[in-house]
Design a protein around this ligand. Structure first.
Ligand SMILES: *Cc1c(COP(=O)(O)O)cnc(C)c1O
Length: 392
C-alpha cells in the first residue's frame, strides 16, 4: 500500500463490539480487567495480547503506534511523551548489550546535544562528534570510537545537510553498531530510514506528524531486533504518550501527505524568492542545485520533495536586526517548532541551539544572522508578501 493510503487507514477500524468505529476512540482508562484473573495474569505475562495498564500499552496509543509502524515500514513503534524522550529511549535501546560509545553527527538538534553531553556523558556514555556528510571522516571515527551506536538526522537542523544514510548505516553495521535516525525533518513521506539500514527511527511528532501545533509527542519505530528491548525499557521507565495526544496525532497524520506536498512546494518557491532578494546573504535549501549534498539529495529524496524548511542569513545582521525583522512579521508566526500548518520563523541561536556554547555554535556554522523558516500550507503570495514587507 502507498503511504497516502496507509496514512488514512492504518491502525484504525478495529472491531470492538458488533459495530466498528471509523476512527479509534480515546481510551482514557488506565487499568483494564478481564473475564478471569487467569486471563489477566496471562496478559500481564505477555502470553496473551490485551491491555492491563496504560504504561504498558493503551488501545488508542497502540492504534497510533500501528499507524507509524506502517508509515516507517518498521517492526513496531513506541509512542512517547515528547521527541526528546523518544531520542533518549531509542539511544538506550541501541546501546543495550553494546559498547557505551556513541558516534553522533555534529549537526544535531540542540537538546539532543544536551542529552549526549550533559545526561549521558556523566553516566560514562561517551560521544564522539563527526561531520556525518564526510564518509571518510565517518569511517575513521567508527574505527577510532568503536561505537555501540551511530546517531544522525536525515535532514540536519538548522543547516539542512543530507548525509548518505545508507552508506553510514553500512559502515555502522560492519562495526556492530546500531543506527538511530531522527527523521523529524524528512518525515516518512520523504525518507524511510529503516529501508536504508537504520535500526531505530525517531520522530518529534510535535512537528510534521501531528502538524497542528497542539501536541507534544514522539515516536520510536524499531526493526525486529530492538523492539523487545524498547518495550521493556518503556515499561520500566514510562515515557509513554497519553491517549488524548495519541488521538490528536492520528488525526493529524490523516492529512500528512497532503500537508507535506503543499509545504514542500511552498518552501521551494520561498527559497527561490529569498535567493533573489538583496537583503539576504545566503539561503540553505535541500532543493538548491548548488547544495553541498545535491548528489545525495537526488539519490535519497523524491523529486520535488525537499522538505518544508528554509534557512537563511540576513546580510550584515546581528541579534538586534534579526529581532527587528522578526517583530515585523504579521502572518508568519515567530515561534519555535516547525512542521505546522501555519508558517513558523525561528531564531536558532536563541531557541533550538541556545544551550549550545557560542563557540560550538560558530563551529557548527550557526551564525547570529541565521533564521529558519518552516513553510506552512498558506497561499504562497500571502507568505511572500509578509516576508517582503518584513525584509523592507
Ligand atoms: C523538536 C525536535 C526534537 C525534540 O522534540 P520535542 O517533541 O520538542 O521533545 C528532536 N529532534 C528534532 C529534529 C526536532 O526538531
Amino acid at each position: 500500500m502507498r503511504i497516502d493510503t496507509q496514512a488514512v487507514h492504518a491502525g484504525d477500524r478495529k472491531k470492538a463490539g458488533p459495530e466498528i468505529p471509523v476512527t479509534t476512540p480515546i481510551h482514557a482508562a488506565v487499568s483494564y480487567f478481564h473475564e478471569s484473573m487467569e486471563e489477566l495474569d496471562r496478559v500481564f505475562a505477555g502470553e496473551q495480547p490485551g491491555y492491563c495498564y496504560t504504561r504498558f500499552a493503551n488501545p488508542t496509543t497502540a492504534a497510533l503506534e500501528e499507524l507509524v509502524t506502517a508509515l516507517e515500514n518498521g517492526h513496531g513503534t513506541l509512542a512517547c511523551a515528547s521527541g526528546m524522550s523518544a531520542i533518549h529511549i531509542a539511544l538506550l535501546a541501541a546501546l543495550a548489550g553494546r559498547p557505551r560509545s556513541i558516534l553522533a553527527a555534529e549537526a544535531l538538534y540542540g537538546a539532543t546535544i544536551v542529552v549526549l553531553t550533559k545526561v549521558f556523558a556523566p553516566l560514562g556514555i561517551r560521544t564522539t562528534f563527526v561531520d556525518i556528510c564526510d564518509l571518510g571522516a565517518v569511517e575513521r571515527a567508527v574505527a577510532q570510537a568503536q561505537p555501540g551506536c551511530v546517531l544522525l538526522e536525515t535532514i540536519s537542523n538548522p543547516l539542512l545537510r543530507v548525509a548518505q544514510l545508507d552508506r553510514v548505516a553500512e559502515m555502522a553495521r560492519a562495526a556492530g553498531a546500531a543506527v538511530v535516525v531522527d527523521n523529524t525533518f524528512a518525515t516518512p513521506v520523504l525518507v524511510r530510514p529503516l529501508e536504508l539500514g537504520a535500526n531505530l527511527v525517531v520522530h518529534s511528532v510535535t512537528k510534521f506528524l501531528a502538524g497542528h501545533g497542539d501536541v507534544l509527542g514522539g515516536t520510536v519505530t524499531s526493526d525486529a531486533a530492538h523492539y523487545e528491548t524498547l518495550r521493556t525499557l518503556a515499561r520500566a521507565y514510562g515515557p509513554v504518550l497519553g491517549p488524548f495526544e495519541s488521538y490528536l496525532t492520528m488525526r493529524g497524520i490523516k492529512t500528512l501527505v497532503l500537508r507535506i506536498q503543499r509545504q514542500c512546494a511552498n518552501a521551494r518557491r520561498i527559497a527561490e524568492w529569498l535567493n533573489a532578494h538583496p537583503a539576504l546573504q545566503r539561503v540553505y535549501f535541500p532543493g538548491d542545485p548548488a547544495h553541498p549534498d545535491a548528489a545525495t539529495i537526488r539519490r535519497l529524496l523524491p523529486e520535488g520533495l525537499y522538505g518544508a524548511l528554509v534557512s537563511f542569513e540576513l546580510k550584515g545582521a546581528g541579534r538586534a536586526e534579526v529581532f527587528r525583522f522578526m517583530d515585523r512579521l504579521k502572518l508568519v508566526v515567530r515561534a519555535t517548532s516547525l512542521g505546522d500548518v501555519h508558517s513558523l520563523m525561528m531564531y536558532p541561536a536563541m531557541s533550538s541551539h541556545r544551550e549550545v556554547a557560542p563557540e560550538q555554535r560558530a563551529r557548527m556554522g550557526i551564525r547570529d544572522n541565521l533564521l529558519r523558516l518552516s513553510a506552512g500550507i498558506e497561499a504562497l503570495p500571502d507568505l511572500l508578501a509578509d516576508l517582503a514587507q518584513a525584509l523592507g
